[in-house]
Design a protein. Structure first.
Length: 406
């Protein structure tokens, strides 16, 4: 059964989504291939239609100002960030606050909205919504549309304490890697355990990022996805995420073997390719949608694609993170069933495993910070406090014999 669609949007028999609304007796409509695209297109059209109302009013409503804020002031933010703002506003803010004029929003309503989010949603949703509200209202203050940003007086709601990060023991990590060996995605799993890279950073690697001569991996991009743009290369998460990771021998050997296998698969795919590959499975060989050509893209058969990727499908297309996680779940399930590992985990857990192994073997937190690409040392220490506990214990054991005789 198809989930309930947003008001004003219908799903046509041809697979497209149609959006429609009326204003002052005039109908407006359009079509999109994806639901999210239809929602965004409708929001933007409403902004165009309603914009003249903003000019007549002393201050616009929250709904109207959000559209203007996103269109003008957030035009150049990262696509993934913009997508998260659209989603957060529509799902968690618009219904409660959207009809209020900017200069008439009761502080009580803002606080109750934030409190309600803290009762029902994750810290990520809460933080995104709070940053979004503060940002749009602060811009309104700078534009002299309101005298004061009411979000400055809103108490940060308490969130549930994050559960302690669970990592695999060294033995469990080895059991997993052995079980994953037959998987097509094994090189990704193995590289994560050898470098601590995020999945988006690994899937965005290109062969010119692999410096075999100096044994370095240059992290310069992440592979992101939105419904509007599809898969695309983006700059790393933060400035410190752009980094060079030393390549140990095991990683160099892994990548060398993988390149041979990739060339073999691509040659095989080229030999067996039909003249028209337009109906390839989206999860295996989906084309990449990008807004404009740049040195990072090229055209093949009329489609913009990312060249020279280290990790691709057998036919040379980028890898979707969802496909990797699905494969990972298939590997984990039998391991859990026979108690070979103690708990389930995600791809990101392999990054935590790498960091934990580094700390267990004496790497300094400052060095680990630079390898992981954390913006501050405190971030690294906060995340891996469990490893710090073990380090303190082992260090105390070193002086135990002396202290016992005091």
């Amino acid at each position: 059964m198809e989930k309930k669609l947003p008001q004003g949007i219908t799903h046509r028999k041809d697979g497209r989504y149609m959006w429609r609304f009326q204003h002052e007796g005039v109908s407006y409509s359009g079509y999109s291939a994806h639901l999210k695209d239809a929602e965004i297109a409708m929001y933007r059209k409403k902004y165009e239609v309603y914009n003249h109302l903003c000019e007549r009013m002393t201050t616009p409503t929250m709904n109207q100002w959000f559209l203007e804020w996103m269109t003008i002031y957030k035009k150049n933010c990262k696509a993934v960030t913009a997508y998260s703002y659209w989603k957060a506003y529509k799902n968690y803010i618009a219904d409660d606050l959207g009809d209020y004029r900017l200069d008439q929003i009761p502080a009580k309503e803002l606080q109750e909205t934030m409190n309600d989010l803290s009762d029902h949603y994750s810290p990520t949703v809460i933080n995104t919504s709070r940053v979004l509200l503060y940002g749009m209202l602060e811009q309104a203050r700078k534009n002299a549309m309101i005298e004061f940003n009411p979000m400055k007086n809103i108490s940060r709601p308490k969130t549930q304490e994050k559960p302690k990060k669970q990592v695999l023991t060294a033995e469990e990590e080895l059991i997993f890697l052995n079980a994953a060996l037959p998987s097509f995605y094994y090189p990704l799993y193995k590289l994560a355990t050898l470098t601590g890279m995020r999945i988006g950073e690994i899937t965005a690697l290109r062969w010119n990022d692999i410096d075999m001569e100096n044994r370095l991996i240059h992290v310069r991009h992440t592979l992101d996805y939105t419904a509007e743009k599809g898969l695309f290369l983006e700059t790393p998460k933060t400035k410190s995420s752009k980094r060079d990771i030393p390549m140990i021998s095991a990683a160099a050997e892994l990548l060398a073997e993988h390149r041979k296998e990739q060339k073999r698969l691509l040659h095989e795919a080229a030999m067996n390719a039909a003249p028209d590959r337009g109906d390839e499975d989206v999860n295996a060989c989906s084309a990449v949608c990008v807004p404009a050509l740049s040195p990072d893209y090229r055209v093949k058969n009329g489609t913009k694609v990312i060249p020279n990727l280290v990790f691709t499908s057998p036919c040379g297309k980028p890898i979707y993170q969802a496909c990797v996680q699905k494969d990972l779940s298939k590997i984990i399930t039998p391991l859990l069933a026979n108690n070979s590992i103690s708990h389930s985990f995600t791809f990101h857990t392999l990054r935590h495993c790498f960091a934990t192994r580094c700390i267990e073997n004496g790497m300094s937190y400052k060095t680990l910070q630079s390898i992981l690409g954390h913006s501050s040392l405190s971030t690294t220490m906060d995340i891996y406090a469990h490893s710090l506990d073990e380090t303190r214990r082992s260090e105390m054991e070193k002086v135990a014999s002396y202290l016992d005789h005091l």
